[in-house]
Write a protein that binds this ligand. Structure first.
Ligand SMILES: NC(=O)c1ccc[n+]([C@@H]2O[C@H](COP(=O)([O-])OP(=O)(O)OC[C@H]3O[C@@H](n4cnc5c(N)ncnc54)[C@H](O)[C@@H]3O)[C@@H](O)[C@H]2O)c1
Ligand SMILES: O=C(O)[C@H](O)COP(=O)(O)O
Length: 623
């Protein structure tokens, strides 16, 4: 989708005087190009693609016009030729100062959705926190002018990412600057809840002296379960250890080494619930964590557990929490985040006597807000000038010719990564082996984009991180994930960049045993056929299934009628099937069936499929 771009895209190699012409192999020879703060001077009109290949790449025409010299832009007198940035939520002064040097800055807070849509059509960039919903309507109202949305924080669930990419808008966030603030707020809520501080303070301020009413509980020697051992969770763990607490954590994807380094044991979800006196929630809101704390999980908790949530409201089923509080399963709760923010008037959790609440303050310290403001201002200013931001969440930058050729393989790489990580049943993923078979020799095939997309597929379904070409290796390293690549020269036409991609994950349990190869590794192989990604091997079974929707894999004895039985169940539930493929060792022997779905299967459908007597196992994998 070609879009108009700001009057210039200045790309100047700051470390060398002579400009460098982008070449088709620049991906391979320009690792530095993709690092943050690096730029490259383009000496000719070239098309650079900014966009996820499988999501309407944004084509920016690079011009060689000399960009206007930056001058100070004040909010009341617009400087012609400079981009306009709308700041829709309070941003730290340090960030505002930086932006005013390169753009016209319009700070307009508490806008209605209607006012936002009216203003955004006059803006080149928009900066928000979590309180502004940047919906598809906002992008439609921008009519293609909006080039960058900056999220001054971590969570980006308030921005419609797909709409952003469709409308050619880059989205960047500030993933680290408020981590410590959030951890400190988690600890603050932990202690305030344990000692009934808010209630006691309100009572005394009301003129009462009720020393017996607010007896609390100690923290020392108690067990804290950290649910989600990422940036914030691990910082909370560190601080809780300092309070003399015994800390365990649940995070199927975190590395044991990283946890042990701070004296934390990684345990299963159920074990964390059973053993914890306090539970502190720090996992992102993803399809697999949505309402993960529900009546079933509260029933597994140690009676009288106390819960802190500074992650996302959606990870808790709020009705179930209310019942758990009233029944005494949960003794107290401390909530900074809610499913709907702000919570509706009379929200029963907000008014509950056993619950203390704050209005999403986890990141609200002077220092954190200065940090995210500067981080996001740099990313937005850089992006408006054509630089790559390491915190871009929806777009790497690659030359058009490279992208055109690799597009279907990039989509295959990400989908194989997404399928593989969903097959992991427990324990941290440390090493992932990737092999590319190609008829081209090494120099003629740049696999960096493929590697980044595999990492994207492995990490995004299980975290808040947004992986792109720039930050993929950084994020993988940060999470203790090692991706080892190998190339196999094979027969075939060098016209075709790749024959197959194989992903192997060793030393993990699989949710689908059939995906384990004879070597005991989760093994998936894919190829591209007529520019469509296909799954062609699962474990030791050959299949041929186009990866155009989500997938159900089943294992059964090869026999007539199986396809029909599963197909009928899906049909009964009005779930559209886009392919079915059966791989088998031999007729009437072991068989694996791969079923592609256009629609997400209902729990009822999955339960009915799981109850088919002939089925030995099955798994649903969301793409
Ligand atoms: N209240 C606030 O103001 C505030 C401030 C900062 C962050 N946050 C939120 O806190 C959350 C964590 O932030 P972060 O920066 O630590 O993110 P992160 O990506 O660094 O860490 C998230 C961790 O959760 C783990 N995880 C994913 N699925 C899981 C599951 N099913 N069970 C257990 N663990 C799982 C991931 O492996 C990862 O290690 C995010 O939702 C973020 O938006 C809130
Ligand atoms: O995801 C985040 O960064 C936090 O929830 C903070 O959100 P805020 O910027 O609205 O405080």
């Amino acid at each position: 989708m070609a879009v108009s771009t700001p009057s210039h895209f200045q790309l100047a190699q700051r470390t060398s005087s002579h400009p460098r012409v982008l070449s088709s192999s620049f991906l391979g020879s320009n690792r530095a190009f993709l690092s943050h703060r690096q730029t490259l001077h383009v000496t000719s009109q070239r098309q650079i693609c900014i966009g996820l290949p499988h999501l309407h790449p944004i084509v920016a025409t690079v011009s060689t016009e000399t960009p206007p010299s930056p001058t100070v832009a004040s909010s009341h007198n617009k400087v012609p030729g400079l981009p306009t940035i709308l700041i829709a939520e309070k941003l730290g002064e340090g960030g505002l100062e930086l932006l005013r040097k390169v753009a016209n800055v319009d700070c307009s807070y508490n806008l209605t959705q209607e006012d936002l849509c009216a203003k955004v059509s006059l803006c080149d960039a928009l900066i928000v926190r979590s309180g502004t919903k940047v919906t598809r309507e906002v992008f439609e109202a921008s009519k293609g002018r909006l080039k960058v949305v900056g999220r001054a924080g971590v969570g980006i669930d308030n921005v419609d990412l797909h709409a952003a990419t469709e409308f050619g808008c880059l989205v960047v966030n500030a993933p680290t600057a408020n981590t410590v603030a959030a951890a400190e707020h988690g600890i603050a809520l932990l202690v305030a809840m344990a000692r009934n501080v808010p209630q006691a303070s309100a009572s005394l301020k009301a003129g009462k002296w009720q020393r017996n009413k607010f007896t609390g509980v100690s923290l020392v020697g108690k067990t804290l379960g950290v649910m989600g051992f990422g940036k914030v969770g691990s910082e909370v763990a560190r601080r809780a250890k300092g309070l003399g607490m015994h800390v365990i954590a649940h995070d199927p994807y975190a590395s044991e080494d990283r946890a042990h380094a701070i004296g934390v044991d990684l345990v299963s979800f159920d074990e964390a619930l059973a053993r914890s006196d306090f539970l502190s929630l720090h996992m992102p809101l993803t399809p697999s964590t949505d309402k993960i704390f529900n009546s079933e999980s509260f029933a597994k908790c140690k009676k009288g557990v106390r819960i802190i949530n500074v992650a996302r409201g959606g990870v808790i089923d709020e009705e179930a929490l209310l019942h758990a509080l009233d029944s005494g399963i949960v003794a107290q709760a401390a909530l900074d985040v809610f499913t709907v923010e702000p919570p509706k008037e009379g929200n029963k959790l907000v008014t509950h006597e056993k619950v203390i609440v704050t209005p999403h303050l986890g990141a609200s310290t002077i220092e954190a807000q200065e940090g995210v403001a500067i981080e996001i201002a740099e990313a937005v200013a850089g992006a408006l000038q054509g630089e790559l931001a390491a915190t871009a969440v929806n777009a790497p930058m690659v030359p058009k010719e490279v992208l055109d050729e690799l597009t279907p393989y990039v989509s295959l790489a990400e989908k194989l990564g997404r399928l593989a990580i969903q097959l992991v049943a427990a324990s941290g993923v440390k090493n992932v082996k990737v092999s590319y078979s190609s008829a081209r020799d090494g120099d003629d095939l740049d696999t960096r984009l493929l590697r980044a997309m595999i990492i994207k597929g492995l990490i995004e379904p299980i975290s808040d991180a947004y992986v792109n070409l720039v930050n993929a290796d950084f994020i993988a390293k940060q999470r203790g994930l090692k991706v080892i690549e190998a190339r196999e020269l094979c027969d075939g036409s060098p016209e075709v960049p790749l024959q197959t991609i194989v992903i192997k994950i060793a030393n993990v349990q699989s949710r689908f045993a059939t995906a384990l190869s004879d070597s005991g590794e989760i093994t998936l192989e894919g190829r591209v056929k007529e520019r469509i990604p296909h799954l062609c091997k699962v474990g030791e079974f050959d299949v041929d299934a186009s990866l155009e929707g989500s997938v159900i894999l089943t294992r059964q004895q090869d026999q007539p009628g199986m396809i029909g039985i599963v197909g009928n169940i899906l049909g009964d539930e009005n779930i559209n099937v886009n392919f079915m493929s059966v791989g088998r060792i031999a007729p009437r022997k072991e068989a694996l069936m791969a079923i592609g779905l256009d629609d997400e299967p209902t729990q009822a459908a999955l339960k009915r499929i799981g109850s088919i007597p002939e089925l030995q196992e099955y798994v649903y994998l969301k793409l």
